[in-house]
Design a protein. Sequence first.
Length: 293
Amino acid sequence: MKTELKKISIRFFDEREVRAVWDDDQSKWWFCVLDVVGVLNEESDYAKVRNYWKYLKAKLRKEKIQLVSETNQLKIQAADGKKYKTDMLDSEGIIALSKHFPNTRAMKFLDWFIYSDTSIDGQSKKKAYTLFESDLINEMEVGSTKGLQQIHAYLFGGLYDFAGQIREKSISKGGYRFVYAQHLKETLQQIDAMPHKTFADIISKYAEMNKAHPFMEGNGRSARIWLDMMLKKHLKKCVDWSRIAKQAYMNAMIISTVDSSVLEQLIKTALTSKIHDRDMFMKGIDYSYYYEE
């Protein structure tokens, strides 16, 4: 068993992270036990979570529960940015562990954990992962409407019949009306003509594309990848989306319809030079889809 695996996924239960890593050798996910214990105990203090798991593990070992022997130690990134070995369990182990927390929260967690996501978002998210794996992302145009269409078509192809197609209907969200359909073609031409070589230019262009909202669905998930592609090409940077809270991002996007400076500052604080890092891309996809929940 390798002690460090590359493919990482972050799922969210009641806005709490549950991290997992993929094992190619055994073709299965391993889940972070401390994340699950924290969720089940509704505890955010890492030291308390670790101590409780130490107590529970000793108790289960004393009772000769097989669960403990099935625990693996794998490296996973901590809050300080460094990777440490931590206890991991596969899906069967997490289900077994949850049964040692006889409370309503454990039942709710199990319902969430066992649920197989065959929704459009679930399937689209898997396709988003493969953008990095297949290297197709490097063949897409950067900073153009066509490039954004290519991303959208890949993410939602076979899921929406309008995948990659510019909308022909006017839409609104939360009381805000995006560019009217009859003006959309002209607006997108104007956005295409905008420069995207400096950080300020890139954020301004991203904000304008958000106001245009060219697709019936899937705009945010596609546009965040589009944004990262511009940042990578011209600044050798990308966004560490895990450093941007969901509500902060949503508020900044709303404000950006009249002033993109708040969004610019928010994203600037989360920039990283890890543009070729697989973990960073996968984590970005997880957070991107989480913003849309």
